[in-house]
Design a protein around this ligand. Structure first.
Ligand SMILES: Cc1ncc(C[n+]2csc(CCOP(=O)(O)OP(=O)(O)O)c2C)c(N)n1
Ligand SMILES: [Mg+2]
Length: 395
């Protein structure tokens, strides 16, 4: 079985087709050559069957039916919030939205593995993790509406602000984790990033530093198969989790659409961090069901068959099947949750529309702690510009 060789030598994958194979013998590599038959930790199949796993079962052995319903509720409400945000962007209420559709299990499973004193460094898509941290979902929307620069106090929930600069938060996480180790605390750090980010120098540097300093950090890569229009084959010759090996720490691939699997593997990785065993790379193998952001049109670079194949692995549907088959949830539970989802959607709509416009001069406020001559000059220029409209009005 062949996989693509380097990006430069391979043709772009056309929409709807499978990954192309390479042209010449010299450049063709097989998974076997790379020593890489990918593993996949999975505790819940797409059909909702619980499968045994000798290594990871113990990390979810104590999960009660109530907790399972809680994981389901988290995923449903996160999806509902996300859909509402996408609609609000389409209605002109938000400038942009990055949907997490399809990635609910990866985010809720890993997010619910965390302790309150752990610290999270997210990208811009971690709405489900934010939910687990107790960040009010409406606070995630201010930046996307352009009315503030973040929207929450990172130290309020140990959840850093969204980071747009791809991969940079892995360095922040590593530094923070090194600080935790120096303090002698047993809390841990988790850094979220994407398959595309795995190609960034920042990520490689954070792998190096965290390994060498044995930092208590979990690198949680949501491999959603795409970095805007670039498929994962353009990021790596080997499965992403195997990258960790070269840096000297373990990596594991988990079914990112299996909330129990993600919970178990993240608990294991956090336990390693807390007990002084250093970093772990978790690759949650999942799929970005929607567009990269509301500014993107995925039909230009990928076909429907791929999406349909992933729809059959839906993270919410598989937990529902499991809950129903094991009699852990009844119709009343699902109906109540439906009503709760609608109420959340309404609350989010109303909150966004009520967000006040920022003071025009606020943008100059948080640049330097003690002020700066250049910022003062720019503020004065902006004030003159604003005043020019008043003059026009007066004439
Ligand atoms: C340093 C940097 N380079 C490029 C970009 C533009 N950019 C925004 S999102 C993105 C793709 C990221 O893909 P991935 O890491 O897989 O995360 P995903 O969006 O799929 O969750 C790129 C290249 C950026 N924000 N920062
Ligand atoms: Mg991606």
């Amino acid at each position: 079985m062949t996989v693509e060789s380097t990006a430069a030598r391979t043709p772009r994958r056309s929409a709807g087709s499978k990954a192309g194979t390479t042209g010449t013998k010299r450049t063709t590599r097989t998974k076997k050559d790379a020593g890489t038959e990918p593993q996949l930790v999975q505790l819940l199949t797409p059909e909702g069957k619980r499968v045994k796993n000798a290594e990871y079962d113990k990390y979810v052995a104590g999960v009660t039916p109530e907790e399972l319903r809680g994981l389901y509720r988290d995923m449903v409400l996160t999806r509902r919030f996300d859909a509402e945000a996408t609609s609000l962007q389409r209605q002109g209420e938000l400038g942009l939205w990055a949907s997490l559709l399809g990635q609910e299990a990866a985010q809720i499973g890993s997010g619910r593995a965390l302790r309150d004193d752990d610290y999270v460094f997210p990208t811009y898509r971690e709405h489900g993790v934010a939910w687990c941290r107790g960040v009010d979902p409406t606070n995630l929307l201010g930046m996307f509406r352009g009315v503030n620069n973040g929207g929450w106090d990172p130290n309020g929930n140990n959840f850093q602000l969204y980071t747009i600069v791809i991969g940079s938060q892995t360095l922040h996480a590593t530094g923070y984790a090194m600080g935790i180790a120096k303090d002698g605390a047993d809390s841990a750090v988790i850094a979220y990033f994407g398959d595309g980010a795995s190609s960034q120098g920042d990520v490689a540097e954070s792998f190096t530093f965290s390994a060498v300093y044995n930092a208590p950090v979990v690198f949680f890569c949501q491999n959603n198969q795409w970095a805007i229009s670039e498929p994962t084959e353009k990021q790596s010759r080997v499965p992403i989790y195997q990258r960790a090996q070269g840096f000297g720490f373990p990596g594991v691939r988990v079914d990112g659409n299996d909330v129990l699997g993600c919970l178990a593997v993240t608990r294991w990785a956090l336990e390693r961090a807390r007990s002084g065993e250093g970093p772990t790379l978790v690759e949650a193998f999942t799929y970005r069901m929607g567009a990269h952001t509301t500014s993107d049109d995925p039909t230009r670079y990928r076909g429907d068959e791929e999406r349909q194949a992933w729809e059959a692995k839906d993270p919410i549907l598989r937990l529902r099947r499991y809950l129903e088959a094991s009699n852990h949830a009844d119709e009343g539970f699902f109906a109540e949750l439906e009503a709760e989802s609608e109420a959340l959607g309404k609350r989010v709509r109303e909150a966004v529309r009520a967000m006040p416009d920022p003071d025009h001069f606020a943008i100059f406020e948080n640049v330097y702690a003690d002020g700066h001559a250049l910022v003062d000059e720019e503020r004065a220029q902006f004030a003159a510009y604003q005043a020019s409209f008043a003059d026009e009005g007066g004439n």
